[in-house]
Design a protein around this ligand. Structure first.
Ligand SMILES: [Zn+2]
Length: 161
């Protein structure tokens, strides 16, 4: 395995977006690194790489965490509302059987993509899984190709500094 692909952790951390902005960008369907490109291609399908900065997003491992978090959140929101409404008002059964499942479904589907985006932002910020490789440098005049040859070309410059 090429050692150039794994730079020292401090180099990678310096070019990364911090945790909260990275998670917020993911929550809003934006690339955690640059905030420009879109994170999702389809509903829950993550794009292979950012169209704006070239960050590879294929290695993310959100797995089951987003659904766990959504179940936790929706369960507490809907559970609280059911308890408050059913204890305080005389609601007809047909209304309860219509509103609560519908609200649960809408909240679950509405939160799943943003929560998954935030989880991917968290993995990016901590350099977990596929994000262990240093992200592309932002604001550089030329766009990096991300090829091994590009990094090898940079090495003598770092040595002279
Ligand atoms: Zn990006």
């Amino acid at each position: 395995m090429d050692i150039e692909a794994f730079p020292p952790p401090d180099t990678a951390a310096a070019t990364r977006t911090r945790l909260v902005p990275a998670m917020a960008r993911g929550f809003l369907n934006r690339c955690s690194h640059c905030g420009e490109g879109k994170l999702f291609g389809r509903f829950l399908k993550v794009r292979p790489e950012c169209e704006a900065c070239g960050l590879s997003m294929e290695g993310h491992r959100a797995d089951d965490l987003p659904p766990y978090l959504v179940i936790f959140l929706v369960g507490h929101i809907v559970g609280y509302l059911v308890l408050q409404v059913e204890m305080g008002y005389d609601v007809p059964l047909w209304l309860s059987l219509t509103v609560w499942p519908l609200l649960t479904l809408v909240l679950a589907l509405g939160l799943l993509q943003p929560v998954k985006g935030a989880v991917i932002g968290l993995q990016y910020a901590f350099g977990m899984h596929g994000f262990g490789v240093a992200p592309p440098v932002l604001g550089a005049g030329e766009r990096r190709g991300g090829e091994a040859g590009t990094r090898t070309g940079d090495a003598p410059g770092l040595g002279n500094a």
